[in-house]
Ligand binder design. Structure first.
Ligand code: 8DG
Length: 141
């Protein structure tokens, strides 16, 4: 018998802690209106049957035009608007990748050194995820 637990349905949103030379890429959302102007980790929803790492590579190609490679999962999981939860990976650009450009969903990108991470207005729900990513970067990832 199949039983479903009420509230158990959830969709993973993958976020990239895209690193280059010790800097982290922050992306400013251009839509929807309630998120526009706030900063996030680029990424998006994992599709049915898709591995999170594959979703990350796909989303980064679509949104930023880059060839990227997930490195490690950042420990933790952060609730977003129901039914979404945010999982984060450190990611690096593949050799020869074009630099990131705001092709979709974003209107500005910024490379941040660890001491400048909090200079942008991160989405509230991203703050704990960014803090955790920063801890990993600080460890020399
Ligand atoms: N990508 C991303 N989305 C985030 C973050 N924080 C956060 O609350 N969200 C929300 C915004 C959206 O409601 C949802 C992800 O949607 P999305 O628009 O980025 O994903 P997508 O490209 O797959 O979306 P879609 O237009 O194909 O439906 O998660 C974050 O750090 N990165």
């Amino acid at each position: 018998m199949t039983r479903t637990t009420p509230g158990a349905e959830r969709t993973v949103v993958v976020g990239a802690a895209l690193l280059d030379g010790g800097r982290l890429l922050a992306a400013r959302r251009s839509a929807p209106a309630d998120l526009a102007g706030r900063w996030e980790l680029p990424g998006g929803k994992v599709e049915a049957g898709e591995r999170p790492e594959d979703a990350l590579v796909r989303e980064l190609r679509e949104e930023l035009g880059v060839d990227a490679e997930p490195v490690d999962r950042v420990p933790g999981e952060w609730p977003l608007r129901t039914p979404y939860v945010l999982q984060v990976w450190t990611v690096r650009l593949c050799p020869g990748s074009p630099p990131p450009r705001p092709l979709q969903d974003h209107d500005e990108l910024r490379w941040l050194t660890p001491d400048r991470i909090w200079e942008v207005d991160w989405l509230d729900q991203d703050v704990p995820a960014v803090r955790e990513a920063l801890a990993v970067i600080g460890d020399g990832a």
